[in-house]
Write a protein that binds this ligand. Structure first.
Ligand SMILES: [Mn+2]
Length: 250
């Protein structure tokens, strides 16, 4: 993979089985949100670093091989990936694990995403962490913030009030995956599957400040079409700024 500036890599993938369409348009809304906020973070007392935008071609629908091939061609040192739905995490990790064989994943989500199949599909936003477990080993995939699952979904699952236990399981190098539905629908309604009982922005920031630096991260499942999109666009833009600062920090 090539070296250079931090990249924001957009993967506007939307699965056939998504209940509401809309995640493919996330990035254009986040870009408007970035125009509204300061480039300076009062939380980390740093400026947002320079970054390059790269957009992956997802016209081929569920063709994960095509996404993985494009990611290998793009090459990146530090990157934040923007979905799209949660399935994008799989091709990203398929590339990253070649470079970091012992990679861990911290998966922040209202859902476990560990069904074996969903709507007859092996690869779906509802099965993605099961596939990631098969790729990396189940002990390396840590989910935090879940509040909805079915009994077949097992693994290293932690509720938000078990945050300290989840962090104790984490090792570096690691990848951070953020499903926006981890937030409470009252603070962030723009997701396809909102779940009551979620976290606030300040709780997320407290976690981010506690975590060691990650090698790359994604922000997925922002669906601007299911609720009033403007405050949510600014919300995701703010999260992106904070993560760019975090990944750029020495
Ligand atoms: Mn979710």
């Amino acid at each position: 993979m090539g070296r250079g500036k931090i990249k924001v890599i957009v993967i506007p993938h939307q699965g056939e089985d998504n209940l509401h369409k809309g995640v493919a348009t996330a990035w254009q809304h986040i870009k408007l949100g970035l125009e509204s906020i300061e480039d300076y973070s009062v939380y980390q007392e740093r400026w947002m670093p320079d970054w390059d935008e790269v957009i992956v071609d997802c016209k081929s629908g569920d063709d994960l091989e095509s996404i993985a091939t494009q990611l290998m061609e793009i090459g990146f040192d530090s990157a934040i990936f923007i979905g799209g739905d949660h399935l994008i995490t799989y091709p990203i990790l398929k590339c990253l694990v070649q470079r970091y064989p012992g990679l861990y994943v911290l998966h922040i989500d209202a859902h476990a995403d560990r069904r074996d199949t969903y709507c007859g599909r092996k690869f779906s936003y509802a099965t993605v962490m099961r596939r990631v477990e098969e790729l990396l080993g189940g002990e390396r995939v840590i989910t935090l913030g879940y509040r909805s699952l079915v009994p077949e979904e097992g693994g290293k699952l932690f509720r938000w009030d078990e945050l300290t236990e989840a962090i104790e399981e984490l090792r570096t190098p690691y990848y951070l995956s953020i499903d926006m539905d981890v937030f409470d629908p009252s603070v962030f309604p723009c997701v396809t599957h909102p779940e009551p009982g979620g976290i606030r922005f300040d709780e997320f920031m407290k976690l981010l400040m506690r975590l060691p630096k990650f090698v790359a991260a994604d922000i997925v499942e922002f669906n601007p079409h299911v609720a009033t999109w403007w405050p949510s666009s600014v919300f995701v833009a703010t999260i992106l700024r904070e993560m760019l600062i975090k990944v750029a920090a020495e």
